[in-house]
Design a protein around this ligand. Sequence first.
Ligand code: ZN
Length: 371
Amino acid sequence: MTNRLAEGTRRKSRIKRLQKLRTAIAEKGLDALLISQPENLRYLSGFTGSSGWLLISEQSAILAIDFRYVEQAKGESPGFEITQTKQQLRDWLPGLVSDFGWYKLGLEANFISYEGYHRLSEAIKTKQVNLELVPTTGIVEQLRSIKEPGELGFITKAIELTDAAFEQARAIIRPGITEKEAAWEIEKILRQEGSEGIPFEIIVASGSNAALPHARPTEKTICSGEPVLIDMGARINGYCSDFSRTLFLGKADKTFREIYSIVLKAQATAIERIESGMDASQADRFARSVVEQAGYGDAFGHGLGHGVGLAVHESPSLGPSSTDSLTDGMVFTIEPGIYLAGQGGVRIEDMVVLKNGKAKVLTKAKKDLLL
Ligand code: ZN
């Protein structure tokens, strides 16, 4: 696509996103919504700076940023009214809100600090502005959870990049290399292949370290006769991929082969049985019951998966206590695991998109017992 065409598509999708957001704002009985979560900001306005505020009402779309970001915002967020802020939120927001005549302002409860909220409330009182602050959660996240074709394109590219990088990475995971060295080699490969930085710290966990679901690479040397759990991802145009595989160096023992095949079966079962319209907790149940029936229920101590998009972890959440439901267009991971303290662990993570009611696997890297 030429740049101008791409820009046109971006603009159109931003207009659509704003329309959907405005509907949600009206449904909640709000006059406007204040957005500060960086991925939400980027999703709605295209602005990629690390700090800024977006105010969306039926009529207005205001991007408030400080001096550092003025030029960037003009370039990235055409169509938005750009306001340069000189002080703290509490100094400028009450005045702006009363100019617009808004009474009910939604805040992102998960992103505004208690301190920020408290000071803003004080400023509203002091300035005698008639304004109610309404905590909200998940409004923009809900929109973000359903991917547009363009977004799916970027995610697919990030996944393809990860698959290709993993093929190269397998060659460097050999006895004698430390976990840290291996993680650094993988990071280099990802960046050489074109990833925009790395969306999260790469995990290379060998031997008993593989029993820690979120292990950090250590100075430990990877040895023959050990499992090696690798968790890595790439980022393309802001969109992430998330991927895990477990390798075994040398001949895998019986326990490892057993837990590997249980995890694989749990994953395959979930992929096959997940359907649009179902509760996300049910998706988790499909995989969890396979692990439980095999006697390893206690060793699968995290949720089945999570949405992936501009953030590595976003809506929906696929866990036992999730209240999300699954809809066509959602992109998420399916990553059951079994972790045996002191021995090691297995996690196999693929990304899928819900399409025509079913889960379509996007990750292509091999996952038969990896040696
Ligand atoms: Zn993940």
